[in-house]
Design a binder for this molecule. Structure first.
Ligand SMILES: [Zn+2]
Length: 416
Protein backbone atom coordinates (compact mmCIF):
# COMPACT_ATOMS: atom_id res chain seq x y z
CA UNK A 1 0.00 0.00 0.00
CA UNK A 2 1.08 3.51 -0.68
CA UNK A 3 2.07 5.71 2.18
CA UNK A 4 0.21 8.99 2.40
CA UNK A 5 2.28 12.00 1.65
CA UNK A 6 2.14 14.92 3.98
CA UNK A 7 3.04 18.50 3.49
CA UNK A 8 4.58 20.07 6.57
CA UNK A 9 4.70 23.78 7.15
CA UNK A 10 6.28 25.46 10.12
CA UNK A 11 5.61 28.84 11.73
CA UNK A 12 7.52 30.49 14.52
CA UNK A 13 6.16 32.50 17.38
CA UNK A 14 8.43 34.40 19.70
CA UNK A 15 8.02 33.83 23.40
CA UNK A 16 9.34 35.45 26.58
CA UNK A 17 9.53 32.43 28.84
CA UNK A 18 12.80 31.59 30.48
CA UNK A 19 13.14 27.94 29.57
CA UNK A 20 16.92 27.64 29.53
CA UNK A 21 17.12 25.34 32.56
CA UNK A 22 14.46 23.05 31.20
CA UNK A 23 16.04 22.92 27.73
CA UNK A 24 19.49 22.27 29.15
CA UNK A 25 18.12 19.50 31.36
CA UNK A 26 16.46 17.95 28.34
CA UNK A 27 19.65 18.20 26.28
CA UNK A 28 21.55 16.30 28.98
CA UNK A 29 18.74 13.77 29.26
CA UNK A 30 18.83 13.15 25.53
CA UNK A 31 22.62 12.83 25.56
CA UNK A 32 22.41 10.33 28.39
CA UNK A 33 19.91 8.29 26.36
CA UNK A 34 22.19 8.43 23.32
CA UNK A 35 25.18 7.34 25.44
CA UNK A 36 23.29 4.35 26.79
CA UNK A 37 22.00 3.23 23.40
CA UNK A 38 25.45 3.81 21.87
CA UNK A 39 27.08 1.54 24.44
CA UNK A 40 24.70 -1.26 23.47
CA UNK A 41 25.82 -1.28 19.85
CA UNK A 42 27.68 -4.39 18.81
CA UNK A 43 30.38 -3.97 16.18
CA UNK A 44 31.04 -6.66 13.62
CA UNK A 45 34.04 -6.75 11.33
CA UNK A 46 33.11 -7.07 7.68
CA UNK A 47 34.87 -6.77 4.36
CA UNK A 48 33.49 -4.47 1.70
CA UNK A 49 33.54 -4.97 -2.08
CA UNK A 50 37.08 -3.68 -2.34
CA UNK A 51 38.29 -6.04 0.34
CA UNK A 52 38.70 -3.32 2.96
CA UNK A 53 38.02 -4.18 6.56
CA UNK A 54 35.18 -2.22 8.08
CA UNK A 55 33.35 -2.23 11.39
CA UNK A 56 29.61 -2.48 10.98
CA UNK A 57 27.38 -1.45 13.90
CA UNK A 58 24.34 -3.46 14.96
CA UNK A 59 20.89 -1.89 15.17
CA UNK A 60 20.18 -0.21 18.52
CA UNK A 61 18.77 -2.75 21.03
CA UNK A 62 15.09 -3.48 20.49
CA UNK A 63 14.39 -5.55 23.58
CA UNK A 64 11.75 -4.20 25.94
CA UNK A 65 13.78 -4.93 29.01
CA UNK A 66 16.42 -2.42 27.94
CA UNK A 67 14.26 0.21 26.27
CA UNK A 68 11.23 0.35 28.54
CA UNK A 69 12.67 -0.69 31.87
CA UNK A 70 16.39 -0.23 32.23
CA UNK A 71 16.80 2.92 30.13
CA UNK A 72 13.52 4.50 31.17
CA UNK A 73 14.17 3.98 34.88
CA UNK A 74 17.71 5.26 34.59
CA UNK A 75 16.62 8.47 32.88
CA UNK A 76 13.69 8.95 35.24
CA UNK A 77 15.95 8.98 38.30
CA UNK A 78 16.99 12.62 38.31
CA UNK A 79 14.24 13.95 36.10
CA UNK A 80 11.96 16.44 37.82
CA UNK A 81 9.97 17.55 34.78
CA UNK A 82 6.99 15.82 33.20
CA UNK A 83 7.56 12.14 32.57
CA UNK A 84 6.56 12.17 28.94
CA UNK A 85 9.79 14.00 28.04
CA UNK A 86 11.71 10.89 29.05
CA UNK A 87 9.78 8.83 26.51
CA UNK A 88 10.36 11.54 23.93
CA UNK A 89 14.09 11.52 24.63
CA UNK A 90 14.26 7.73 24.26
CA UNK A 91 12.47 7.90 20.93
CA UNK A 92 14.65 10.74 19.74
CA UNK A 93 17.86 9.01 20.84
CA UNK A 94 16.88 5.92 18.84
CA UNK A 95 16.08 8.05 15.81
CA UNK A 96 19.41 9.89 16.05
CA UNK A 97 21.41 6.65 16.36
CA UNK A 98 19.51 5.04 13.49
CA UNK A 99 20.11 8.00 11.25
CA UNK A 100 23.79 8.09 12.19
CA UNK A 101 24.01 4.34 11.43
CA UNK A 102 22.45 4.74 7.99
CA UNK A 103 24.92 7.46 7.01
CA UNK A 104 27.82 5.55 8.52
CA UNK A 105 27.02 2.47 6.47
CA UNK A 106 26.85 4.63 3.35
CA UNK A 107 30.31 5.94 4.21
CA UNK A 108 29.18 9.47 4.94
CA UNK A 109 30.03 9.53 8.62
CA UNK A 110 32.76 8.27 10.91
CA UNK A 111 32.61 6.22 14.05
CA UNK A 112 31.80 8.97 16.47
CA UNK A 113 28.97 9.07 18.91
CA UNK A 114 26.34 11.69 18.10
CA UNK A 115 26.53 14.66 20.44
CA UNK A 116 23.60 16.99 21.13
CA UNK A 117 24.66 20.61 21.20
CA UNK A 118 21.60 22.67 20.52
CA UNK A 119 19.02 23.32 23.15
CA UNK A 120 15.54 22.44 21.91
CA UNK A 121 12.71 20.08 22.72
CA UNK A 122 10.38 18.39 20.29
CA UNK A 123 6.88 18.20 21.66
CA UNK A 124 4.73 15.52 20.08
CA UNK A 125 1.02 15.93 19.38
CA UNK A 126 0.10 13.93 22.47
CA UNK A 127 2.17 16.12 24.80
CA UNK A 128 0.29 19.37 24.59
CA UNK A 129 -3.31 20.50 24.47
CA UNK A 130 -5.12 23.12 22.51
CA UNK A 131 -7.79 25.07 24.41
CA UNK A 132 -9.59 28.22 23.25
CA UNK A 133 -6.86 29.17 20.85
CA UNK A 134 -4.13 28.48 23.39
CA UNK A 135 -1.45 25.84 23.19
CA UNK A 136 -0.72 24.49 26.64
CA UNK A 137 2.51 22.63 27.20
CA UNK A 138 3.16 20.87 30.47
CA UNK A 139 6.67 21.30 31.83
CA UNK A 140 6.29 20.06 35.41
CA UNK A 141 3.15 18.10 36.27
CA UNK A 142 0.57 20.28 38.06
CA UNK A 143 3.13 22.98 38.64
CA UNK A 144 4.52 24.54 35.52
CA UNK A 145 2.76 25.13 32.24
CA UNK A 146 3.58 27.25 29.27
CA UNK A 147 0.76 28.94 27.43
CA UNK A 148 1.00 30.19 23.89
CA UNK A 149 -1.88 32.22 22.61
CA UNK A 150 -2.19 31.59 18.91
CA UNK A 151 -5.80 32.72 18.50
CA UNK A 152 -4.72 35.86 16.67
CA UNK A 153 -1.71 34.43 14.86
CA UNK A 154 -1.37 35.59 11.25
CA UNK A 155 -0.62 32.12 9.95
CA UNK A 156 -3.90 30.54 11.04
CA UNK A 157 -5.66 31.67 7.90
CA UNK A 158 -2.85 30.32 5.78
CA UNK A 159 -1.91 27.08 7.44
CA UNK A 160 -3.48 23.91 6.13
CA UNK A 161 -4.20 20.75 8.08
CA UNK A 162 -3.77 20.00 11.74
CA UNK A 163 -1.23 21.20 14.23
CA UNK A 164 1.48 18.61 14.57
CA UNK A 165 4.72 18.54 16.47
CA UNK A 166 5.97 21.64 18.30
CA UNK A 167 9.59 22.59 18.74
CA UNK A 168 10.56 24.75 21.68
CA UNK A 169 13.81 26.64 21.94
CA UNK A 170 14.98 29.58 24.00
CA UNK A 171 13.33 32.20 21.85
CA UNK A 172 10.71 30.55 19.70
CA UNK A 173 8.00 28.00 19.62
CA UNK A 174 7.81 26.43 16.19
CA UNK A 175 4.38 25.17 15.28
CA UNK A 176 4.10 22.66 12.49
CA UNK A 177 1.02 22.00 10.42
CA UNK A 178 0.54 18.70 8.72
CA UNK A 179 -1.72 18.44 5.68
CA UNK A 180 -2.27 15.56 3.32
CA UNK A 181 -0.61 16.27 0.04
CA UNK A 182 -2.82 16.18 -2.97
CA UNK A 183 -1.86 13.50 -5.43
CA UNK A 184 -0.40 15.15 -8.42
CA UNK A 185 -0.51 13.52 -11.75
CA UNK A 186 2.91 13.29 -13.25
CA UNK A 187 3.12 14.22 -16.89
CA UNK A 188 6.63 13.04 -17.45
CA UNK A 189 10.24 13.49 -16.59
CA UNK A 190 12.82 16.00 -17.73
CA UNK A 191 16.50 15.46 -17.05
CA UNK A 192 18.67 18.58 -16.88
CA UNK A 193 22.36 18.95 -17.50
CA UNK A 194 23.75 22.14 -16.01
CA UNK A 195 26.53 23.87 -17.89
CA UNK A 196 28.22 27.20 -17.41
CA UNK A 197 26.23 28.89 -20.16
CA UNK A 198 23.17 26.74 -20.62
CA UNK A 199 20.76 24.42 -18.89
CA UNK A 200 20.02 21.51 -21.21
CA UNK A 201 16.91 19.44 -20.62
CA UNK A 202 15.66 16.30 -22.30
CA UNK A 203 12.28 14.65 -22.47
CA UNK A 204 11.32 12.34 -25.37
CA UNK A 205 8.01 14.10 -26.10
CA UNK A 206 9.31 17.65 -25.83
CA UNK A 207 12.78 17.05 -27.12
CA UNK A 208 15.80 19.11 -26.27
CA UNK A 209 15.16 22.14 -24.11
CA UNK A 210 18.03 24.56 -24.07
CA UNK A 211 17.86 27.44 -21.61
CA UNK A 212 20.31 30.23 -21.98
CA UNK A 213 22.38 30.98 -18.87
CA UNK A 214 24.81 33.45 -20.46
CA UNK A 215 23.32 36.27 -18.44
CA UNK A 216 24.05 34.35 -15.26
CA UNK A 217 27.53 33.55 -16.54
CA UNK A 218 28.16 37.24 -17.07
CA UNK A 219 26.98 38.17 -13.59
CA UNK A 220 29.65 35.88 -12.16
CA UNK A 221 32.20 37.05 -14.69
CA UNK A 222 31.69 40.74 -13.98
CA UNK A 223 32.23 40.27 -10.26
CA UNK A 224 35.16 37.97 -10.84
CA UNK A 225 36.87 40.77 -12.78
CA UNK A 226 35.92 43.37 -10.19
CA UNK A 227 37.45 41.26 -7.47
CA UNK A 228 40.64 40.75 -9.44
CA UNK A 229 41.05 44.45 -10.04
CA UNK A 230 40.49 45.18 -6.39
CA UNK A 231 42.98 42.58 -5.23
CA UNK A 232 45.64 44.13 -7.42
CA UNK A 233 45.20 47.43 -5.62
CA UNK A 234 44.97 45.68 -2.29
CA UNK A 235 48.10 47.12 -0.72
CA UNK A 236 46.65 50.62 -0.71
CA UNK A 237 43.35 49.90 0.89
CA UNK A 238 42.86 48.26 4.22
CA UNK A 239 39.08 48.17 3.78
CA UNK A 240 39.30 45.72 0.88
CA UNK A 241 37.61 42.94 2.82
CA UNK A 242 34.49 45.00 3.25
CA UNK A 243 34.32 45.85 -0.42
CA UNK A 244 34.88 42.23 -1.40
CA UNK A 245 32.10 41.16 0.92
CA UNK A 246 29.83 43.76 -0.63
CA UNK A 247 30.64 42.51 -4.12
CA UNK A 248 30.03 38.91 -3.29
CA UNK A 249 26.72 39.81 -1.66
CA UNK A 250 25.65 41.72 -4.78
CA UNK A 251 26.79 38.93 -7.04
CA UNK A 252 24.81 36.41 -5.03
CA UNK A 253 21.71 38.57 -5.02
CA UNK A 254 21.80 39.22 -8.74
CA UNK A 255 22.38 35.54 -9.49
CA UNK A 256 19.59 34.56 -7.11
CA UNK A 257 17.23 36.98 -8.75
CA UNK A 258 17.94 35.53 -12.17
CA UNK A 259 17.60 31.94 -10.98
CA UNK A 260 14.40 32.75 -9.13
CA UNK A 261 12.78 33.99 -12.35
CA UNK A 262 14.19 31.14 -14.38
CA UNK A 263 13.01 28.41 -12.03
CA UNK A 264 9.55 29.97 -11.69
CA UNK A 265 9.28 29.89 -15.45
CA UNK A 266 10.49 26.29 -15.66
CA UNK A 267 8.05 25.10 -13.03
CA UNK A 268 5.16 26.90 -14.77
CA UNK A 269 6.03 25.79 -18.28
CA UNK A 270 6.74 22.21 -17.23
CA UNK A 271 4.15 21.85 -14.54
CA UNK A 272 3.60 18.31 -13.23
CA UNK A 273 6.93 17.12 -14.57
CA UNK A 274 9.60 15.58 -12.37
CA UNK A 275 12.89 17.36 -12.87
CA UNK A 276 16.08 15.34 -12.66
CA UNK A 277 19.41 16.91 -11.74
CA UNK A 278 22.83 15.45 -11.23
CA UNK A 279 23.65 14.93 -7.59
CA UNK A 280 26.77 17.06 -7.28
CA UNK A 281 26.40 17.62 -3.57
CA UNK A 282 29.27 15.38 -2.51
CA UNK A 283 31.28 15.36 -5.68
CA UNK A 284 31.69 19.12 -5.78
CA UNK A 285 33.08 19.10 -2.27
CA UNK A 286 35.67 16.45 -3.01
CA UNK A 287 37.17 17.53 -6.31
CA UNK A 288 36.39 21.16 -6.32
CA UNK A 289 37.71 22.16 -9.68
CA UNK A 290 39.91 25.17 -10.05
CA UNK A 291 38.67 25.78 -13.51
CA UNK A 292 36.64 28.95 -13.52
CA UNK A 293 33.83 27.87 -15.85
CA UNK A 294 33.34 24.54 -14.15
CA UNK A 295 33.10 26.36 -10.83
CA UNK A 296 30.48 28.70 -12.21
CA UNK A 297 28.49 25.74 -13.48
CA UNK A 298 28.57 24.14 -10.04
CA UNK A 299 27.56 27.37 -8.34
CA UNK A 300 24.67 27.80 -10.75
CA UNK A 301 23.67 24.19 -10.33
CA UNK A 302 23.52 24.67 -6.57
CA UNK A 303 21.29 27.74 -6.79
CA UNK A 304 19.06 26.29 -9.50
CA UNK A 305 18.45 22.98 -7.75
CA UNK A 306 17.78 24.58 -4.40
CA UNK A 307 15.27 27.01 -5.93
CA UNK A 308 13.49 24.54 -8.16
CA UNK A 309 13.15 22.08 -5.29
CA UNK A 310 10.69 24.53 -3.71
CA UNK A 311 8.66 24.92 -6.87
CA UNK A 312 8.63 21.47 -8.44
CA UNK A 313 9.31 17.82 -7.81
CA UNK A 314 12.95 17.03 -8.25
CA UNK A 315 15.02 13.89 -8.27
CA UNK A 316 18.78 13.69 -7.85
CA UNK A 317 20.68 11.47 -10.28
CA UNK A 318 24.06 9.80 -10.11
CA UNK A 319 26.41 11.99 -12.18
CA UNK A 320 28.84 9.18 -12.98
CA UNK A 321 29.91 9.26 -16.64
CA UNK A 322 26.90 11.29 -17.75
CA UNK A 323 29.06 13.33 -20.12
CA UNK A 324 31.32 10.48 -21.27
CA UNK A 325 28.73 7.83 -22.09
CA UNK A 326 27.31 7.51 -25.58
CA UNK A 327 23.56 7.89 -25.22
CA UNK A 328 23.01 5.54 -28.17
CA UNK A 329 25.29 2.55 -27.51
CA UNK A 330 26.58 3.08 -23.96
CA UNK A 331 30.25 3.22 -24.89
CA UNK A 332 32.49 5.48 -22.80
CA UNK A 333 34.35 8.04 -24.89
CA UNK A 334 36.49 10.96 -23.81
CA UNK A 335 34.38 14.03 -24.51
CA UNK A 336 36.11 17.00 -26.02
CA UNK A 337 34.63 20.12 -27.51
CA UNK A 338 31.03 20.91 -28.30
CA UNK A 339 30.28 17.77 -30.29
CA UNK A 340 30.30 14.36 -28.71
CA UNK A 341 31.63 11.66 -30.97
CA UNK A 342 31.29 7.95 -30.34
CA UNK A 343 34.07 5.74 -31.60
CA UNK A 344 31.93 2.62 -31.37
CA UNK A 345 28.67 3.54 -33.11
CA UNK A 346 29.61 6.75 -34.88
CA UNK A 347 27.04 8.97 -33.15
CA UNK A 348 27.78 12.65 -33.43
CA UNK A 349 25.67 14.72 -31.10
CA UNK A 350 25.79 17.96 -29.16
CA UNK A 351 27.74 17.27 -26.01
CA UNK A 352 25.16 18.76 -23.68
CA UNK A 353 22.24 17.03 -25.36
CA UNK A 354 24.10 13.74 -25.04
CA UNK A 355 24.54 14.34 -21.29
CA UNK A 356 20.88 15.28 -20.88
CA UNK A 357 19.73 12.10 -22.66
CA UNK A 358 22.02 10.02 -20.45
CA UNK A 359 20.55 11.66 -17.36
CA UNK A 360 17.05 11.03 -18.68
CA UNK A 361 17.87 7.33 -19.10
CA UNK A 362 19.18 7.23 -15.54
CA UNK A 363 15.99 8.86 -14.36
CA UNK A 364 13.95 6.10 -15.99
CA UNK A 365 16.36 3.42 -14.77
CA UNK A 366 17.30 2.45 -18.34
CA UNK A 367 20.62 1.75 -20.03
CA UNK A 368 21.46 3.11 -23.44
CA UNK A 369 20.74 0.97 -26.49
CA UNK A 370 20.36 1.54 -30.20
CA UNK A 371 16.68 0.57 -30.11
CA UNK A 372 15.92 2.80 -27.16
CA UNK A 373 17.73 5.72 -28.73
CA UNK A 374 15.63 5.43 -31.90
CA UNK A 375 12.54 5.20 -29.75
CA UNK A 376 13.45 8.35 -27.82
CA UNK A 377 14.14 10.28 -30.99
CA UNK A 378 10.98 9.15 -32.73
CA UNK A 379 8.96 12.14 -31.65
CA UNK A 380 11.36 14.50 -33.31
CA UNK A 381 11.26 13.85 -36.96
CA UNK A 382 14.47 14.71 -38.72
CA UNK A 383 16.74 14.55 -35.72
CA UNK A 384 20.21 14.88 -37.12
CA UNK A 385 22.95 12.65 -35.83
CA UNK A 386 25.52 15.23 -36.62
CA UNK A 387 26.18 18.07 -34.31
CA UNK A 388 26.06 20.58 -37.11
CA UNK A 389 23.36 23.16 -37.47
CA UNK A 390 20.36 21.70 -39.19
CA UNK A 391 18.83 23.16 -42.28
CA UNK A 392 15.73 24.95 -41.02
CA UNK A 393 13.42 23.78 -43.76
CA UNK A 394 9.77 22.88 -43.43
CA UNK A 395 10.56 19.41 -42.06
CA UNK A 396 12.66 20.81 -39.30
CA UNK A 397 9.93 22.75 -37.52
CA UNK A 398 8.68 19.87 -35.47
CA UNK A 399 11.87 19.43 -33.61
CA UNK A 400 12.34 23.01 -32.58
CA UNK A 401 12.48 23.05 -28.85
CA UNK A 402 9.94 24.90 -26.82
CA UNK A 403 10.41 28.51 -26.08
CA UNK A 404 10.44 29.61 -22.48
CA UNK A 405 9.73 33.30 -22.44
CA UNK A 406 12.66 34.27 -24.65
CA UNK A 407 12.09 37.98 -24.18
CA UNK A 408 13.23 38.19 -20.62
CA UNK A 409 15.89 35.78 -19.64
CA UNK A 410 15.65 32.33 -21.02
CA UNK A 411 16.31 31.87 -24.65
CA UNK A 412 16.11 28.57 -26.41
CA UNK A 413 18.27 27.79 -29.34
CA UNK A 414 17.16 25.47 -32.11
CA UNK A 415 18.09 21.82 -32.01
CA UNK A 416 20.81 20.77 -34.34
ZN1 LIG B 1 27.91 5.05 -29.43
Amino acid sequence: MRKDLYEIRAYNIKHNYNVTDFLEAYRLLLQKAIDEVWNKIVWVEKYDKEGKRRLIPSQPPKDKEFKHHYLRNLLMKDWSYSKHYVDSAIKQAYAIIKSWRRSYIKGERRISKPITRKRFVRIKETLYSLQNGKIIVSIKPNKQYLEFDISKAWFLSRAKGNIGELILNEKYLTITFRAKKKEKKVKGKIAWDCNEKSLDGFNPEIGWIKLDLTKLFHIHRVYELKRKRLQQEATKKPSIKKVLAKYSKREKNRAKDFVHKLTTQISKEFKDFIHGFEDLRKQSMLNYSKEHNRRIATTNWRTITSFIAYKSNIKFLNPKNSTKTCSRCGMINASKGAVYECKACGLRIDRQLNAAINLYLKMEGLSPSQKLFNELMKAWSGFALTGEKANEGFDELERSPRLVNPKRFACLSKTT
